[in-house]
Write a protein of this length. Structure first.
Length: 256
């Protein structure tokens, strides 16, 4: 099996482990400013953003992604499933972390599963049909041993879940049960609860987006020479221009 990739386009690639290492390194720079507010918002200890950083691209390990079917398969779906499955904490915190992982490429997943289908929201039947249609390609599609070994140092449940996935495959019904649970608990309820859940999700989502986006820019545009198109969103460009406490010299050291 080939190396597990987080990105591959026109001869430029970045491995899964390289990308996650860079995301974690960027989060290390942001952690002193964001961790305490995140913990307070979710009502947990530990480091929910670090956990989300390690889990956020888990869905990319599927054959559907590694084989390039990214126009149909959005990796965030399986990533959100695994993020919920292994996070230890209160139910609302599990939902918030999973939802943040689900939404870390919100404009892209919105385009794929809402706008292009003429919908105004993401119907669960679309998610279900997509996973069922791709079921044979939801197997692990790369050499996962390196990933498992790397992930284990952060979260043994994620490593063991990856190994089980590689050995036994996925139960799409179980994936849908979890995704439905996350969607319902994140969105259903009165206006006050909706505001609370939105704040919890945003507390994880924003630093995750910054860490992921900056890491992708460094790993692909700077280290990988993938071209100017990798300069990132407005949020990422602002972060790199001083809006966030990032050490540019340290970022350059992330190339190897």
């Amino acid at each position: 099996m080939s190396k597990c990739l987080a990105y591959s386009k026109e001869g430029c690639s970045e491995s899964f482990v390289e990308h996650v290492e860079r995301v974690v390194a960027v989060w290390d720079m942001l952690r002193p400013y964001y961790l305490l507010p995140v913990q307070r918002a979710l009502g947990v200890g530990g480091d929910p953003v670090l956990y989300a950083a390690v889990a956020h691209d888990f869905g990319k390990l599927a054959l559907a992604y590694q084989a390039g079917k990214r126009h149909l398969y959005r990796h965030e779906l399986l990533s959100a499933y695994f993020a919920y499955k292994c996070f230890e904490g209160p139910e609302e915190a599990k939902v918030a972390v999973s939802a943040a992982v689900w939404l870390h490429h919100e404009p892209i997943i919105t385009s794929a599963y809402i706008t292009q289908l003429g919908e105004s929201y993401m119907p669960l039947y679309v998610v279900k049909r997509t996973l069922e249609f791709l079921q044979e390609e939801l197997v692990v599609g790369c050499d996962y041993q390196e990933v498992s070994s790397y992930v284990r140092k952060w979260n043994s449940c994620l490593a063991e879940s990856l190994e089980q996935w590689a050995e036994r495959g996925l139960d799409v019904a179980e994936v849908m049960r979890i995704l439905k649970r996350v969607l319902v608990k994140a969105t259903v309820g009165g206006i006050e609860r909706a505001h609370v859940m939105r704040a919890k999700i945003a507390a994880v989502l924003y630093p995750l987006i910054v860490a992921d986006g900056v890491a992708a820019y460094v790993g692909r545009a700077v280290c990988g020479r993938c071209g100017e198109e990798q300069r990132g969103t407005k949020v990422i460009r602002a972060a790199l221009c001083g809006a966030e406490p990032l050490d540019k010299a340290a970022l350059l050291k992330l190339c190897r």
